[in-house]
Design a protein around this ligand. Structure first.
Ligand SMILES: Nc1nc2c(ncn2[C@@H]2O[C@H](COP(=O)(O)OP(=O)(O)OP(=O)(O)O)[C@@H](O)[C@H]2O)c(=O)[nH]1
Ligand SMILES: [Mg+2]
Length: 527
């Protein structure tokens, strides 16, 4: 029986120049065509511009079940440059475990923080790698490493990566001038730590085939090869796959995994799929899938959470860069929350209930909004509470093709990249896409989002022990029936309910359960 190869995708993320590519090269036994900054533009600019893939094979560690078998780490070397964050987000969605590479002489830098945020959103486990330890003077090296290790653990203590391993290495001692023969430091320890962190990712071959293509090239006489990572489902020789960006469907002629021919591949695998010839320049990167399994949408409803490091406000009607699946487009947002009565409702994962009423919000409700001045007294009175779940309507400037229930990240990427601030604003899950370009007529009427209006009227007189008559809240021609059941608050603190109209001049009846009219004085009712 061929030895089992378990593939674990390891992301290499970090600030620009922290040594990600040098580390990927020092760890790898095989590099793919796009690895190690081989692309001419990368060479010219001396930075990584696109995802680089390479792999390292090692013996299966005991926690991953009985042998025989091998563990394959597919290293996904991400760019570090601030302007390439869309590529970093795309890379982070295909990894099971991430290495956050830190230049030990600099510590956390702006993009280190953004990579940490992306990691918290997109993957389960992390190893911090303190690189360039050769730049620390020998005598102080150990104490400097311990100091930076403590600093990193402090940074991570309130994140899901709290307590994760921190490993000190020098991926390329002596830097660019050093000879290739110079041995890296700490790499074998790092491999042992990666093996200890490796876990059986939940691979599920069922469902639609979906693959994130990161590289595309032609082979004369064979066809066009698309290399990438399978995000869901599986693919076999002879299957038809759709390339939505080109609106074509092609047959799979052959497949390879790291230069080894295969007939089948499934979620989590990195694979090269060869189909009949098409111009590879038409598809630098993108998605391929089971025919008709993706949708192209003009708007969407998402559930979302604000990213705590984002300093700006999340204002309704504001524009954000919206990364949906693997595409980033501009979009306008409208935030809304549960109606007050549902504020405490449990979170419903991955579903949106169109039967419910929702409350329009000028701004995403967050702690910093609550602690702003005008809410201070309410907050102290413990009156202000935040709902467990909030949503947003996203309206895209151009349609996006994406899977259902995919990850969504909202960012302010036009923020000055030299400002030391997190540009990632919110993240969430796409719950409902709108494929019809006329969604405003055909779809939005189903969405019951109401603006809370505040109006004041007068209590005119008592009717009996449980009801009073109100006035100056409605015009005489208003159909008061539509307000029956709404609550009113008397200035004396009682809660009343509108019971219906009274006479023809816009007056109305308020029922006050459990009220006794002798406390009645001249008051007013606020709705
Ligand atoms: N002294 C020293 N220099 C290193 C080490 N690792 C990388 N470098 C140097 O740091 C510079 C950046 O290395 P890269 O591996 O390209 O860094 P990167 O994080 O991939 O950079 P981007 O992909 O552009 O974000 C190069 O000049 C490397 O030679 C190290 O361990 N020690
Ligand atoms: Mg690089």
């Amino acid at each position: 029986m061929a030895a089992r190869v378990l593939n674990v995708n390891v992301g290499v993320l970090g600030h620009i120049d922290s040594g990600k590519t040098a580390l990927a090269r020092a760890l790898s036994t095989t590099g793919s065509t796009a690895a190690f900054d081989r692309a001419p533009q990368s060479r010219a600019r001396g930075i990584t511009l696109d995802l680089g893939f390479s792999c390292l094979r090692t013996a299966l560690p005991p926690q991953l079940g009985p042998g025989p078998g091998e563990l394959q780490f597919t290293l996904v070397d991400c760019p570090g440059h601030a302007s390439l964050i869309r590529t970093i987000i795309g890379g982070a969605q295909i990894i099971d475990l991430m290495m956050l590479v830190i230049d030990v002489t600099k510590g956390m830098q702006t993009q280190s923080a953004e990579c940490l945020v992306i990691g918290q959103i997109a993957c389960q486990k992390m190893v911090v790698v303190l690189n360039k330890i050769d730049l620390l003077p020998e005598g102080k090296r150990q104490s400097a490493i311990e100091k930076m290790t403590k600093k990193m653990q402090k940074t991570l203590e309130n994140t899901k990566f709290s307590g994760c391993p921190v490993v000190a290495v020098a991926a390329k001692p002596g830097g660019p001038e050093a000879p290739e023969s110079e041995n890296p430091l700490g790499v074998s320890e790092l491999i042992e730590v990666l093996k200890s962190q490796a876990y059986l990712p939940s691979r599920d071959p069922s469902g639609h085939f979906l693959m994130a293509v990161d590289h595309c090239f032609s082979i004369k006489g064979q066809g066009t090869v698309m290399t990438g990572t399978i995000l869901s489902g599986s693919v076999s020789l002879g299957d038809s796959v759709e390339i939505p960006a080109l609106k074509v469907t092609k047959k799979v002629k052959s497949m390879q995994m790291f230069h080894t021919p295969v007939t089948y591949a499934m979620q989590g695998d990195r694979v090269g799929v060869c189909v009949t010839q098409f111009d590879p320049k038409l598809l630098e990167r993108g998605l391929i899938c089971t025919p008709d399994s993706l949708h192209t949408i003009h708007a969407a409803i998402i559930s979302l959470k604000k990213i705590q490091y984002f300093r700006g406000a999340l204002q309704t009607k504001a524009k954000f860069h919206i990364t949906v699946g693997h595409e980033t487009v501009m979009g306008r947002v409208m935030f809304f929350s549960p109606a007050p009565a549902d504020f405490n409702e449990e979170i419903q994962e991955n579903v949106f209930d169109f039967e419910k009423d929702y409350l329009y919000q000028e701004e995403y409700l967050s702690k910093d909004l609550v602690s702003s001045e005008e809410n201070k007294e309410n907050d102290q009175a413990g009156e202000v509470q935040l709902p467990k779940q909030q949503w947003a309507l996203l309206e895209f400037e151009k349609p996006v093709t994406c899977p259902k229930l995919c990850l969504v990240i909202g960012s302010k990427l036009d923020t000055d990249i030299h400002a030391n601030t997190c540009r990632l604003a919110f993240h969430g899950v796409l719950l409902q896409g709108m494929e019809d370009r006329n969604y405003t007529e055909t779809f939005l009427p189903k969405l019951k989002v109401y603006k809370q209006k505040h109006k004041e009227g007068q209590v005119e007189r008592v009717m009996d022990d449980y009801s009073v008559i109100g006035r100056s809240l409605f015009k005489k021609e208003t159909n008061i029936q539509i307000f029956v059941g709404l609550k009113v608050k008397l200035s004396t603190g009682e809660d009343g309910i509108i019971d219906g109209g009274f006479g023809q001049s816009g007056k109305f009846k308020i029922r006050i359960p459990g009220w006794c009219s002798d406390s009645y004085q001249e008051h007013h009712a606020e709705i």
